[in-house]
Design a protein around this ligand. Structure first.
Ligand code: ADP
Ligand code: ADP
Length: 225
């Protein structure tokens, strides 16, 4: 479990500022969805939280720890991105287990965790299949499983559904929301899809030109577009 906090967070590429000192507190267990026009800084913000992008100014805190200089691997966050990198030559079981690649758990303990994650994601009957024999939504669930098995303090999703067709997207929205309900983990989720934001978010953060315009529950955003 984790809180995320952005304090006067700044990002510049060369001399060009793209994030202009944003402040945001995400309480433990909240599902926050970042929306806004293409290029407004959603991905950059998420990548800074992940540690994949250096911070140019201000602070990122996870819990009460400033993580600006902390290696991504030490942040205990799970990332699920649009181009899910699951391995075609590995089975579902092996792909999920890969999330525990560097863990010091025993083989039996790893197997137990992989099976628990698979059960939660409805992948149990598919554990011995390879990705080529899965649907897009099932592959995306494998990517989530691999992130989840690490028992992360929080999840970061960057457009995780944009490669799926409309029907699968609708199904995955429900599944990710359901997963959040069961795990109670903090989630920061980036999308350009209004429906995803409206149906999944506890709170929507609307960005524009590197600023936060609004941060409010979906119904309030809906009332004041
Ligand atoms: P969004 O996710 O909201 O579409 P991004 O965070 O990807 O926006 O991008 C924010 C701004 O930063 C954009 O103007 C983009 O062109 C710029 N940007 C992103 N990555 C880089 C980079 N590696 N070098 C220079 N500019 C970048
Ligand atoms: P290594 O030092 O071999 O990169 P890691 O512990 O960083 O070991 O990661 C092992 C594998 O676990 C990675 O290659 C990746 O597939 C997966 N992984 C690592 N970090 C994350 C993460 N935050 N979310 C999801 N999967 C991850």
């Amino acid at each position: 479990m984790a809180t995320f906090e952005l304090r006067k967070l700044v990002k510049t590429y060369g001399r060009t500022p793209v994030i202009h000192g944003i402040d945001l507190f995400i309480p433990d267990g909240e599902f926050v969805v970042f929306v806004g026009p293409s290029g407004c800084g959603k991905s950059t913000t998420l990548r800074m939280i992940a540690g994949l992008e250096e911070v140019s100014g201000g602070e990122i805190r996870i819990g009460d720890r400033v993580v600006n200089e902390v290696d991504p691997k030490e942040r205990n966050l799970a990332m699920v991105f649009q181009n899910y990198a699951i391995y075609p030559h590995m089975t579902v079981r092996q792909n999920i287990a890969f999330g525990l690649y560097t863990s010091r758990l025993s083989g039996a303990e790893k197997a137990r965790k992989v099976e628990a994650a698979a059960a939660l994601l409805g992948l149990t009957p598919l554990l011995d299949r390879r990705p080529s024999a899965l649907s897009g939504g099932q592959r995306q669930r494998v990517a989530i499983g691999r992130a989840m098995v690490r028992e992360p303090a929080g999840f970061l999703f960057d457009e995780p559904l944009s490669n799926l067709d409309a029907q699968l997207r609708a199904q995955m929205r429900i599944e990710i929301k359901d997963l959040h309900r069961r795990l109670g983990t903090t989630i920061a989720y980036v999308t350009h899809d209004q429906v995803e934001a409206m149906t999944m978010a506890d709170r929507i953060v609307v960005m524009k030109d590197g600023h936060i315009l609004q941060a409010a529950p979906p119904m309030e955003i809906y009332d004041n577009p």
